[in-house]
Write a protein that binds this ligand. Structure first.
Ligand SMILES: [Zn+2]
Length: 306
């Protein structure tokens, strides 16, 4: 049975914000997987894959329960705004588990966490490179008490590059997968697609990963494929701009780099280079800002460490 539901969250002007979602209920009991997409509202390939999954799944294949929320950040979706909620311009994926008495984004995160994350057995959060961001597909899981199950989820998704985020010096705090795994829910973040483009190949990569993940977790009938070739990176480093400038990347996304390699330069608007960004360690460029316009403390490169 595939039910259409709506979660209504209090909006900034008092009117409700309606978030459509699907409840896929199997005839036989089983685990509960929650699938989120559109936490960042312009990451269209991941949103489209979640929609396509619901459109194509066969009722009789469903076991247990799969909750699918294709566009969590519905305000950013309609506003075509990258990374943030266009009310207080905070990043929803840094705000979990949220706070019902906090900022607008913290309240929003609170409702999403309470409704969709807290009661799940497993969590998948689907992303892509946002409008100013180029990206090599990867999955991410966190160091936690349930990390072996999270890693199994990442392997089942079938994307070659898998990043393990260390708890010490956490690069990304307050994300869906970090918060879920910290309360014992195995979770991954999956990334495919870039630059806010609705790319059929990126959609299909997400969709294939989602279907295989569902099979391996036992929420969808069918035999999962054997483990695919993968490489696990133990930790990563997000390089940022010390001050605002024109960003010129030197490496392609997906390129392997050595410690000391130049990853790109920052220059002022007269064209004078004021910073040469060097790789602190060997690794691979999994995503980078593709827009030349970078603000102070803006992200330049996401380097997974090898
Ligand atoms: Zn995202």
């Amino acid at each position: 049975m595939i039910n259409r539901e709506v979660l209504s969250i209090p909006g900034p002007t008092g009117s409700g914000i309606d978030i459509p979602y699907f409840e896929l209920i199997g005839a036989t009991p089983g685990p509960h997987l929650t699938v989120l997409a559109g936490i960042h509202g312009a990451e269209y390939s991941s949103i489209a894959a979640a929609k396509k999954f619901v459109a194509e799944v066969k009722d009789q294949e469903i076991i247990g329960r799969i909750t699918v929320v294709p566009i969590v950040n519905i305000l950013a979706f309609w506003a075509r705004v990258p990374f943030v909620i266009p009310v207080d311009h905070e990043n929803l994926n840094r705000a979990f588990p949220g706070n019902q008495y906090g900022s607008f984004t913290e309240i929003y995160a609170f409702h999403i966490f309470e409704k969709f994350i807290k009661g799940s057995d497993f969590l998948l959060d689907m992303h892509a490179g946002d409008i100013p961001e180029s990206l090599e597909p990867f999955t991410l899981f966190e160091e936690s008490a349930v990390e072996s199950k999270s890693l199994a989820m990442a392997k089942a998704y079938g994307i070659k590059h898998i990043v393990r985020q260390r708890a010490a010096g956490l690069v990304v705090a307050g994300s869906t997968s970090a918060t879920a795994s910290s309360i014992g829910i195995p979770a991954i973040t999956a990334e495919s697609g870039q630059n806010g483009i609705l790319d059929p190949q990126a959609v299909d990569r997400h969709l294939a990963g989602l279907i295989n993940l569902c099979r391996s977790l036992g929420v969808l009938a069918g035999t999962p494929w054997a483990d695919r070739e993968h490489k696990i990176y133990d930790g990563w480093n997000w390089l940022r701009a010390e001050k605002a400038g024109w960003w010129q990347p030197a490496k392609a996304t997906g390129e392997l780099v050595k410690a000391g390699d130049s990853l790109g330069t920052l220059s002022d608007l007269w064209g004078e280079v004021f910073a040469n960004i060097l790789a602190p360690q060997d690794g691979i460029v999994l995503f980078q800002t593709s827009s030349p316009a970078v603000s102070e403390n803006g992200i330049l490169v996401g380097l997974a460490l090898s």
